[in-house]
Design a protein around this ligand. Structure first.
Ligand code: ADP
Ligand code: MG
Length: 343
């Protein structure tokens, strides 16, 4: 082994690693319509498409139990998966939940986690249909798989945005990241002075964006009602810049974003400034907002204009024009993705 080549995972990054690992797995079955590379896989089920997505949440990497109540964690573990199903313009139907538990957890603690899981299953009308349970040496591991359904005509991929399409998002951005900054700050203060009470500064909105995100199933319902099918879509888990890059790369296009069109909640703006961060950077690179980023054909503009909670931020352009941000000051910058890199 001495002379064997060793490549650090960090040299590939998360997406490079996924590419590297999955490149040599061509799809063999006629029913496997779409494999690795989108928010969810698509499987033909006698004319309907079954939509499948899975996510892994690890203690210490994705959540910190010092400030993450187990009930909220259960809720979020379902929501992040349903969000990927919605990103295909599909409706979630079932979930499976697998957990790894160390002996640090009591039955009551796991009950709390499952109270959150149940609340999410009830709210989104999905059934818990299975999973797996194991002991774990350290920490809590949660893996959720979500299954949904869509008709072939209504499916929306990341790879089908066209030049001239309008870029939209379903809600404000950066809030979840700033909520996390408050929770992290309070954790540090608590570790130094356990007697001080946490001060969440009445920032319920942004702390809530972090602790209780929602999947935008309501938007999928609005699209259906208004007869709009986005031309491409992704959910924002890593941040607008990173996730827009996926749409652009996979569609072979570029994008032009107006800074003034990027929705930022006043609480996010105020907190960013307090943390000496640039609000637009938080909106572009902060992750976990779980809003839907999508593109529409300009012919659907009038239908989309009357839908609630949709913000238009820019336009799809030629790939050679790159991915650019037009700032409020009138400058044009490359939209760099500082998405989360766990490696
Ligand atoms: P999302 O942020 O929407 O959950 P990811 O960035 O996690 O998507 O994953 C991108 C794509 O890569 C998805 O299609 C996912 O199923 C696939 N993928 C991720 N990790 C693996 C893996 N270890 N093996 C096979 N496919 C993977
Ligand atoms: Mg996704």
């Amino acid at each position: 082994m001495e002379n064997e080549k060793r490549t650090e995972i960090a040299t590939l990054g998360e997406f490079g690693l996924i590419d590297h690992l999955t490149r040599s797995f061509p799809l063999k079955n006629r029913e496997s319509i779409l494999g690795v590379g989108d928010d969810a896989a698509l499987i033909d089920n006698q004319g309907q498409l079954t939509v499948v997505s899975t996510d892994l949440l690890l203690e210490g990497i994705h959540f910190d139990l010092m400030y993450y109540p187990l009930k909220h964690l259960g809720y979020k573990s379902i929501v992040v998966n349903l969000s990927d199903i919605c990103a295909m313009n599909a409706r979630p139907k079932q979930v499976t939940v697998s957990i790894g538990l160390s002996n640090r957890f009591s039955v009551e603690a796991v009950d709390e986690l499952y109270a959150g899981i149940q609340a999410a299953c009830d709210f989104y009308g999905v059934d818990l249909v299975g999973g797996d349970t194991s002991s774990s040496l350290q920490g809590l591991v949660i893996s959720v798989t979500a299954i949904g359904q869509v008709t072939p005509e209504k499916k929306v991929l990341r790879s089908t945005a066209k030049v001239g399409d309008i870029i939209c998002v379903t809600g404000d951005l950066g809030g979840a990241y700033l909520g996390l900054q408050i929770l992290e700050r309070e954790k540090q203060i608590f570790l130094n002075q356990p007697e001080t009470k946490p001060d969440l500064e009445d920032q319920q909105y942004i702390v809530g964006r972090q602790l209780k995100p929602e999947a935008r199933l309501d938007m999928i319902e609005q699209f259906e009602k208004s007869g709009v099918i986005p031309t491409a879509m992704i959910d924002i888990s890593d941040g607008l810049a990173s996730d827009l890059k996926h749409i652009c790369k996979q569609s072979g296009v570029g994008a032009f974003i107006e800074e003034s069109g990027v929705p930022i909640h006043p609480q996010s703006e105020q907190m960013a400034l307090k943390f000496k961060l640039d609000p637009i950077t938080c909106a572009l690179s902060g992750g976990e907002d779980y809003e839907l980023l999508f593109t529409i054909d300009p012919k659907d503009l009038n239908k989309v204009r009357v839908m609630s909670d949709i913000y238009m931020m820019g336009e799809i352009v030629d790939a050679k024009d790159g991915i650019k941000l037009h700032t409020k000051g009138g400058n044009l910058h490359d939209l760099t993705a500082q998405g989360w890199n766990h490696f």
